[in-house]
Design a protein around this ligand. Structure first.
Ligand code: NAI
Length: 330
């Protein structure tokens, strides 16, 4: 198939080209897919898109008019796609449902350890010849209570790792995961999880219902000095409320791999530009906040699996007109 690959980075080109054994005609475009760049896709059967490409009703209508029949997402989340509009336009949307839950789970736990033992500050201090330990005091994870919001594929791996540390693990998820129950994870209400957890980590998809699940009311229910980790989607957190929580000390540690307004910033080298997002730059001023730029998925293993599944999805659709990894409006 003739495929327009948007938001291409060197690693996308490398892994997709290496896995393209079915010989799809891949055209790599660096810009995001948006209202300005959508003409690039005219005449392409398929568009391969990533997390920050816009796939709203208007763009899908324009893609359909240009001949596109397939959106092959090279990610798990599909919150950036208007699935109802895609169905109306007869466009099939596929995704990579699982590539490496370990990549994201290990990153989330890495953020927890960094925030606790302050590796980011220690790294800088030692390079400056400052061997003081003041301000670097951490705590043992052993015996602490961790609360997981979402216990699908990634949440289950996080649960296993934290159980290995000797944490008590609580979870909130409308669907209980048998694997987690076997690990000894205790399912509780969201209220109980918020009130009882020393560490809260988000592993659910972003939906219209759970947008800003972390908000002034939910933060007020959390323990003083709680550690909050978000490797899922930025929209799960009301960032201004979290900044208030950091200022009051209610939130003692914050680790973000995703950010509500990341679209124009993440994955780009903006080191020669002024960051205009004052909310984001405020976050950078806290010593107890670490931010990575949507990097949790970024392992060799994950990229190989993402490319292989994306290309298989395209091949399956080309052969049969459907795909087992298609996503539909609920
Ligand atoms: P999954 O589909 O296996 O599990 C998601 C779980 O969340 C399900 O058990 C579901 O029942 C639960 N859930 C849904 N709504 C909920 C709510 N309101 N409260 C509590 N639980 C809820 O998904 P997976 O693979 O574990 O991924 C989770 C999320 O991680 C993805 O949706 C995506 O947003 C994010 N992600 C982030 C990456 C990164 O690089 N930072 C990479 C891959 C995924």
């Amino acid at each position: 198939m003739k495929v327009a690959v948007f938001s291409t980075k060197s690693y996308d080109r490398e892994f997709l080209s290496a896995g393209n054994s079915d010989g799809h005609e891949l055209h790599f475009f660096e810009p995001h897919l948006n209202n300005e760049t959508v003409p690039l896709a005219i005449g392409f059967d398929a568009v391969c898109a990533f997390v920050n490409d816009a796939l709203d009703g208007e763009i899908l209508t324009r893609l359909a008019a240009g001949g596109t029949r397939l959106i092959a997402l090279r990610c798990a989340g599909f919150n950036n796609v208007d699935l109802c509009a895609a169905e109306r336009q007869n466009i099939t949307v596929t995704r990579v449902p699982a590539y490496s839950p370990h990549a994201v789970a290990e990153h989330a736990v890495g953020m927890m350890l960094t925030l606790n033992r302050k590796f980011h500050r220690a790294f800088n201090r030692i390079r400056e010849g400052n061997f003081s330990l003041d301000g670097l005091l951490g705590f043992d994870f052993f015996g602490k209570t961790a609360g997981l919001i979402g216990t699908g594929k990634i949440g289950a791996v996080v649960a296993r790792i934290l159980k290995g540390f000797g944490c008590e693990v609580l979870a909130f998820d409308p669907f209980e995961n048998a694997e987690c129950r076997e690990l000894g994870v205790r399912y509780v209400s969201l209220e109980e999880l918020l009130a009882a957890s020393d560490i809260i980590t988000l592993h659910c998809p972003l939906t219209a219902e759970n947008r800003h699940i972390v908000n002034p009311a939910s933060i007020a229910k959390m323990r003083d000095g709680v550690m909050l980790i978000n490797t899922s989607r930025g929209g799960l957190i009301d960032t201004l409320a979290v900044i208030d929580g950091l200022k009051s000390g209610r939130i003692g540690y914050l680790g973000l791999d995703v950010y509500e307004e990341e679209t124009e910033m993440f994955f780009e080298d903006l080191s020669n530009f002024i960051i205009r997002d004052d909310v984001f730059t405020r976050l950078l001023t806290f010593p107890n906040v670490i931010i990575t730029g949507h990097q949790a998925f970024f392992t060799r293993n994950a990229l190989e699996k993402i490319s292989a599944t994306t290309l298989q999805n395209i091949s399956e659709f080309e052969r049969t007109g459907r795909c087992s990894n298609a996503v539909r409006a609920a």
